[in-house]
Design a protein around this ligand. Structure first.
Ligand SMILES: Cc1cc2nc3c(=O)[nH]c(=O)nc-3n(C[C@H](O)[C@H](O)[C@H](O)COP(=O)(O)O)c2cc1C
Length: 219
């Protein structure tokens, strides 16, 4: 039996340590369910923002299909950028499948490895990924240059969600950036959902249905 935690934290902020960056609002907490574990990694710092709204629609679908959904806010974690260490710049990622930096990265990677499927949801910044999403994926991509680092990552079913919440441009470009990074990670990219401010309400039903399919293992 597993917990579904969708939404805000106990403290209502969605901020803090890795544990505190896992969402769950009061009405949604502590619902015990069986099912596929779907991890949603969120590159927005705003628990009430458009990207979080899109992520929650996905998690609603996961829960409806009996899955176990978990939401992690990346910007509030301690996630350093890659130090490009070693003589070659590849460092221990390539030799050992491990990053030398002691921060929250390894804990998020463990969560990802344990999940049956993952959703990568980012606000669109400059037609690109958010900085927190970029740092996490930059480091993850390096780990997978090593066979040990690749274990539990390669073959994982993933969905990308890019939310262009300003003028509305850049979600398709951002989706293509995700796709290129996911190729290195050898993820099984099962869907790509570009969203713009102008169609978020309409896309919520597609996001929810995608969550259902992910949790049912039929996507
Ligand atoms: C640095 C920066 C760059 C941005 N670039 C774009 C952009 O290229 N296209 C767009 O539609 N919105 C852009 N925006 C607006 C964000 O996409 C919007 O604020 C975001 O969806 C809000 O997400 P949130 O509500 O989850 O925080 C940008 C915002 C920031 C802060």
């Amino acid at each position: 039996m597993k917990k579904v935690l969708n939404g805000k934290n106990d403290n209502g902020t969605g901020r803090g340590s890795i544990e505190k960056c896992i969402g769950g609002n009061d009405s949604e907490k502590n619902q015990e369910v069986e099912g596929m574990k779907v991890l949603v990694l969120l590159g927005s710092r705003n628990p009430e923002g458009q990207t979080a709204t899109a992520a929650r629609a996905m998690l609603d679908g996961v829960r409806e299909a009996g899955g176990d959904g978990e939401l992690v806010f990346l910007p509030d974690l301690n996630l350093e950028r890659c130090r490009q260490c070693g003589n070659t710049g590849y460092g221990t990622c390539k030799s050992d499948g491990k990053c030398v930096i002691e921060d929250d990265f390894a804990a998020v990677v463990e969560k990802l490895k344990k999940a049956d499927a993952a959703v990568f949801a980012t606000p669109v910044y400059f037609y690109d990924l958010s900085e927190s999403m970029r740092s996490f994926l930059d480091r993850l991509r390096r780990l997978t240059r090593n066979e040990n680092g690749k274990k539990g990552i390669a073959g994982k079913k993933v969905v990308s969600v890019c939310v262009a919440g300003g003028g509305g441009g850049g979600a398709p470009t951002c989706s293509a950036i995700f796709e290129r990074i996911f190729t290195y990670l050898e993820f099984d990219l099962v869907d790509t959902i570009p969203v713009r401010r102008q169609n978020l309400v309409m896309k919520k039903s597609a996001l929810k249905e995608t969550g259902r399919l992910l949790a049912a293992g039929t996507l």
